[in-house]
Design a protein around this ligand. Structure first.
Ligand code: NAG
Ligand code: NAG
Ligand code: NAG
Length: 649
């Protein structure tokens, strides 16, 4: 009796163990598929980062499935362009961004400032005329006029004014893809002119940057404001999927939807786009890839973020969080701002960045709530930084104030300032840092969030697009922010939240915690500069380096791990492609995790786990079968005993 009991207990434990293992396996499988893909050049960055992450994610799934089915073929058309260069000259770094603007360029250029002090030369490929006012020592190759969401209103009006989901992301992506060839040409011209030794490519919609680096055989480092979708954890998702950034509390159905269904739909949507971008690639002699990150999967990736802001999860060595990148100093307050700030005791600072705008109705609701909080003395002053993109309504008759009166600063409680251009930016950090500033009403762009955390101010976040939704969620979860809904803005709700953020003692404690964390991490831009230097130095030592390759080409030295090999046949494109792949593998081999070389099954230990599962199932089956046989034997013998008794009776 007791032995059968214990075996029962044993099999129960085994069953549980099996389930755990099965679950583990599923996760590992998914992980594998996504991590294969995670390396694609995701375009994530502040304003658009969520979308970009999604795209990368989908792309990664896509590449995974594709890899299973199709074997990669070398593109016979590809050729490598070579440039003449002396190994010992000053090292040059070319920074590239598709969108440009403060939020996408500031982190990269702050890091580059450190490198310039160390003797490197830096140039920038981005729209507009950014560096002349902000970083005069950096030469810019302009890709055209500044990115202006008001001029691109056919794309951005629906993005800002309608509910945002992953389809909104594609609106932007499609526009970017249309400009691929144009951008590629600018990169090509600037590469030939500037002769970079390294590319630092912003990830958002910036495939041309990585492709040009690949074509010239120069290493590229990716940079973005988030780790999202480049690193995988099953519990990470995104509000633009209709999910949460942290799925910790999700039900089974929600978690299933957010891990499998939504990414699969996204992947399906991006499929055609990857194909048409590949056609453009072929036309400029760049080999096609199955996902945007495939090309740089073994390259270094810097994320301007930190855990506390990001959902905690394991990160492989090639992905380094180096943020928040902050400036050494910030522009001071103007005298007018300074006197407004000192003459009010509880100030709310309002800014939606330089690119975001919303509907007239929403502006009316915001204005009404501002007047309401002032009326109820919850707040006694508002500093509102406008970008000049706003269309203001006239307030309806129940208030005595004219909108124009507010906008022209004739109303003593509201101070309006404008950030029309990079030259006349509102000194945001100095406003936030003022003791009388109590709350920041923001769109939730990464840079604004970092700045607010840095000076320890609570945020009321009204997200409009891309990663702003997930930023709002993450900060709300940290207990230092509350979020608003752009599709359902209400005066009462806004007033209540402004009050709550000031009164709740927990908000103050949480803010202090986050401020300490932000400050500690803000010093990591020096580490970022060190990492970039390391990549440049090892690339000098790389036998496949483009400096060296003119000497080496034709001498059959191009082989994996930089070793000589008699079999390689460089005159053929197929072997050249292998060489390119190997450049990255060799370049950062110290940081490439072994599983990427072990293949899918071995890398994820699926073979081992599989055998363990089979063994477990066999044991369970054996136990069940033995138990069953035993029981049926006993039952049978008792039955036959009874039968015998009955018969004898
Ligand atoms: C950029 O701005 C600077 C000064 O602000 C000006 O000298 C330069 O010509 C501008 N460049 C372009 C391409 O507009
Ligand atoms: C914020 O203000 C404090 C003093 O009030 C000052 O020490 C600090 O440097 C300021 N921080 C920033 C980022 O300006
Ligand atoms: C390279 O490949 C070509 C064509 O396959 C062949 O004729 C040639 O002998 C090869 N060279 C070496 C060194 O393998």
């Amino acid at each position: 009796m007791s032995s059968s009991n214990s075996s029962n207990r044993l099999s129960k434990n085994q069953l549980i163990l099996t389930f755990i293992l099965l679950f583990h396996l599923i996760i590992i499988g998914i992980n594998a598929s996504s991590s294969d893909n995670t390396n694609q050049a995701d375009s994530s960055s502040e304003t658009l980062s969520t979308e970009s992450r999604k795209s990368t994610e989908t792309a990664s799934w896509w590449s995974f499935f594709k890899k299973i089915g199709i074997k990669k073929k070398a593109d016979p058309k590809q050729k490598f362009i070579q440039i003449d260069k002396d190994i010992n000259e000053i090292k040059n770094i070319l920074v590239g961004s598709f969108v440009g603007g403060l939020s996408h360029l500031r982190p990269s250029l702050e890091i580059c400032k450190i490198l310039i002090e160390r003797g490197y030369k830096v140039a920038l490929v981005a729209p507009g005329n950014f560096t002349s006012t902000n970083y005069p020592s950096i030469k810019q190759y302009s890709t055209g006029p500044e990115h202006n969401t008001k001029e691109l209103s056919h794309i951005y009006k629906p993005i800002f004014e309608k509910p945002y989901d992953y389809n909104s992301f594609f609106l932007e992506k499609d526009e970017a893809d249309k400009q691929y060839l144009e951008r590629f040409e600018v990169y090509k011209r600037s590469t030939i002119d500037f002769k970079p030794d390294l590319f630092l490519c912003d990830l958002l919609n910036n495939e041309a940057c990585f492709d040009i680096a690949w074509k010239f055989k120069i290493p590229a480092i990716g940079i973005s404001s988030s780790l999202n979708k480049r690193t995988f954890a099953p519990y990470k998702s995104d509000p633009i999927y209709g999910c949460h950034s942290n799925m910790e509390k999700g039900s089974f159905i929600e978690r299933f939807k957010c891990l499998i269904i939504q990414p699969a739909r996204f992947l399906y949507e991006s499929r055609q786009r990857i194909i048409s971008l590949n056609e453009k690639r072929l036309s400029v002699g760049v080999s096609p890839i199955s996902s945007s990150l495939e090309r740089i999967k073994n390259s270094l990736f810097l994320a301007d973020t930190f855990f506390g802001f990001e959902i905690p999860h394991p990160v492989p060595p090639l992905y380094q969080e180096i943020g928040p990148v902050m400036q050494e100093s910030y522009p001071p307050l103007t005298s007018k701002l300074s006197s407004f700030l000192s003459s009010h005791k509880r100030i709310m600072y309002v800014s939606f960045g330089m690119q975001v705008y919303t509907t007239q109705e929403n502006y009316a609701i915001l204005l009404k709530s501002f007047l309401e909080v002032i009326d109820r003395n919850i707040i006694d002053g508002i500093v509102w930084s406008l970008s000049g993109l706003e269309d203001f309504p006239t307030l309806s008759d129940d208030t005595q104030l004219e909108t124009s009166e507010i906008l022209n600063n004739r109303y003593t409680h509201i101070y309006v300032t404008t950030s029309l251009s990079l030259k006349e930016l509102t000194p945001q950090v100095s406003i936030l840092n003022h003791t009388n500033t109590k709350i920041f009403l923001t769109h939730g762009g990464v840079a604004s969030c970092h700045e607010s955390l840095y000076v320890g101010k609570p945020m009321l976040i009204l997200p409009f697009a891309s990663d702003q939704f997930s930023n709002a969620e993450k900060l709300e979860e940290q207990g230092i922010a509350l979020k608003l809904d752009k599709m359902n803005l209400q005066v009462d709700d806004i007033v209540r939240k402004i009050e709550l953020l000031q009164l709740d003692a927990r908000v103050k404690i949480n803010l202090k915690r986050m401020q300490v964390l932000t400050k500690i991490n803000s010093k990591r831009k020096y580490r970022a500069a060190d990492l970039i230097e390391f990549v440049m130095k090892v690339s000098q030592l790389n036998p496949n380096n483009n400096d060296v390759n003119k000497n080496v080409i034709g001498k059959k030295k191009y082989k994996k791990e930089g070793k000589e090999s008699s079999e390689s046949n460089e005159t053929y494109p197929e072997s050249i492609e292998h060489v390119t792949e190997d450049i990255y593998e060799w370049l950062l081999k110290e940081w490439v995790t072994p599983d990427t070389r072990m293949g899918f099954i071995r890398g994820k230990y699926l073979d081992v786990y599989g055998v363990v599962l089979i063994l477990l199932f066999s044991i369970i089956w054996f136990v069940v079968w033995t138990g069953w046989s035993l029981v049926s034997f006993i039952v049978n013998s008792i039955a036959s005993l009874f039968e015998g008794k009955l018969k004898s009776d």
